[in-house]
Design a protein around this ligand. Structure first.
Ligand code: FAE
Length: 550
């Protein structure tokens, strides 16, 4: 399994991958190279009821959290990572770690009795979703009024379920939305570092032109070109050498077997194989799964206590733990990190947290649409699940859009071109603590989706007009041709330079940091994980230099 990845793995990665595999095989929920020696029991800490203390605690294990854990571990700081999902590194009884997209089972979704796939219908028929047993599955869909948010759950966060597209945003746009970030340093050092650490690579253009697996992309490219629109290749963290060997029938198929949103059994460089493996390999990082952080409070000595619920595989809360820490890093994603801070502020546990918390939330302008092609414009029965091409119209000052050409691998020719458009929707929502449920609500109205739809419609109307094609209305429910009610790219809630300082230090809570997608104010113009990773590298570099100096 590791053979295809060894070119960029260090000894530290290999040690960490071994630790993950051993933990998964043994069914451990707490693991690292030295988990027992890691943190100390300190019943006598001043004013503290915490039964465990760790110098640094990281909540979540997605992109921002993984970067944070690795750099803390390298700096010699004993670090505990708490993740609410499970570890996905051991095969189940069917020999697979993840279930297939075409025939999902309990492993697919986070405590659901029925799957909730983004494309719920075909020919208006409810043929996609299926009943499942509730289980800590890998994909969650969090519902708010007029918007739902897809997120990954498990060690590796969104890296377990996403399309792997690693896109660098336009520098002008990044400077505009994050003016406090030194773009020179980000573009010359942190993006290249993130790129290398994540194992980003690109499809071989010659293979792309010839393979049946990307016919769908070539057809959309032709339609875009006919409209005068540019397409660009987009790098990805899926190993394209592995994909070519899949196509040649030499290895087990994953991207070529329809796998993506419920996890890839092979080929994808998820965080447990990259940053988190290297973090474990430092010997200073321990991961604890099935622990959902709920409460945060400050001790009189300036340390923090995190209250976490212990979940079992049926979703029952089997206990509660209090863990003390010197520094607290939130990497629970836009929704998770914001919720924890809002709850702590509004329940009076961290009353000095700023009023900007929860603001600046957005969908990255996500909207999905599909076009019906002519019978001679085939997209292929066989489609790779990793997108590699985007329609790049970001330079249009009136209507900047980046639209990823998305696969729809149904195993038969359907003549559908599918797209995930990333528009510049200026609307922002606000996450607020809901005292009735002790969760969060999103203040977001249906009309706030309209700018995304209008922008995508302007672009795809042009493509349809030029190619004499029409939209598909049978895929998204309610006879709609645009799916504007979900996002894959939640951003904001703890915006850099507003709720935090310019490096993610949370205002009003010294020693608490946010280092994930919550820092980015609502829209980035491109798929976000590369930027979240680069920004996290930048922030932790400064925090280690300034806040951990002795
Ligand atoms: P994230 O990766 O979401 O990790 C947060 C982690 O924290 C998760 O593991 C949670 O389970 C955990 N957590 C949350 N709350 C708690 C708590 N209270 N206690 C303990 N643990 C907690 O955060 N982006 C791209 O750039 N390219 C793509 O091709 C792409 N495709 C996508 C496709 C899908 C289907 C989805 C869902 C997302 C996609 N994304 C893509 C978005 C990308 O995965 C997302 O922006 C990042 O994963 C966000 O990274 P964060 O570090 O913010």
């Amino acid at each position: 399994m590791l053979r295809y990845m060894t070119s960029y793995l260090t000894r530290r990665h290999l040690l960490g991958v071994g630790a993950f595999q051993a933990a998964a095989a043994l069914g451990l929920t707490r693991f690292g190279l030295a988990p027992a020696a890691h943190s100390v029991t300190t019943p006598s800490r001043p004013g503290g009821a915490a039964s465990e203390y760790t110098p640094a605690l990281v909540i979540g294990s997605g992109y921002g959290a993984a970067v944070t854990a690795l750099r803390l571990g390298e700096a010699g700081v004993p670090t505990l990572v708490l993740e609410m999902g499970r570890l996905w590194d051991a095969p189940a009884s069917d020999g697979k770690v993840f279930c297939s997209t075409g025939s999902p089972d309990h492993r697919s979704m986070w405590f659901r009795s029925r799957t909730e796939a983004p494309l719920a219908q075909f020919l208006w028929l409810d043929v996609v979703n299926t009943d499942i047993t509730p289980y800590p599955g890998v994909l969650d869909r969090v519902h708010f009024d007029h918007m739902s948010v897809f997120v990954g759950r498990g060690v590796g966060g969104g890296s377990l379920v996403n399309g792997g597209m690693a896109v660098v945003p336009e520098r002008d746009h990044l400077e505009e939305i994050l003016p406090e970030v030194d773009a020179d340093a980000l573009y010359t050092r942190h993006f290249p570092l993130a790129h290398r650490m994540l194992g980003v690579n690109s499809v071989d253009p010659a293979w792309f032109e010839s393979t049946e697996w990307y016919r769908f992309s070539r057809t959309s490219r032709e339609h875009a070109a006919r409209t005068g629109l540019r397409t660009v290749f987009v790098p990805n963290v899926y190993d394209f050498d592995y994909m070519r060997r899949e196509a040649a029938g030499q290895v087990e198929r994953s991207a070529l077997a329809g796998e993506v949103i419920y996890g890839n059994n092979h080929g994808k460089r998820t965080l447990d194989k990259t940053y988190l493996a290297a973090a474990l390999g430092t010997g200073n990082v321990v991961v604890q799964t099935l622990h959902r952080a709920r409460g945060l409070r400050r001790q009189p000595d300036g340390t923090y206590v995190v209250t976490a619920d212990l979940l079992d595989l049926s979703g029952r809360v089997t206990g509660t733990r209090e863990i003390g820490c010197g520094r607290l890093f939130l990497g629970a994603g836009s929704l998770g990190s914001t919720e924890l801070l809002l709850r702590a502020r509004d329940r009076g546990d961290l009353p000095d947290l700023p009023e900007e918390l929860g603001a600046g939330w957005g969908t990255n302008g996500n909207v999905m649409t599909a076009r019906a092609n002519h019978i001679w414009d085939t997209v292929g029965a066989r489609q790779a699940t990793m997108p590699v091409l985007g329609i790049d119209d970001r330079s249009d000052p009136d209507n900047p859009v980046f639209a990823e050409i998305a696969p729809l691998p149904m195993g038969f020719e359907h003549w559908i071109s599918l797209y995930l458009a990333i528009t510049r929707n200026p609307e922002r929502g606000t996450l607020v603590h809901d005292p009735a449920t002790d969760g969060v609500r999103l203040r977001w109205t249906a009309s706030q989706n309209e700018p995304s739809v209008e922008s995508a419609k302007r672009l795809f109307d042009r493509i349809n007009l030029r190619n004499a094609t029409i939209y598909r209305y049978d895929l998204f429910g309610g006879n709609r041709s645009f799916a504007d009610d979900f996002t894959y790219h939640p951003l904001g809630g703890c915006v850099l330079g507003a709720a935090t300082d310019s490096h993610g230090r949370v205002r009003g809570a010294p020693g608490v940091y946010v280092n994930d997608g919550a820092l980015i104010p609502g829209a980035l113009g491109v798929n976000p994980f590369l930027t979240i990773t680069a920004l996290a590298e930048r922030n932790i570099e400064r925090v280690l230099a300034e806040d951990f100096a002795t």
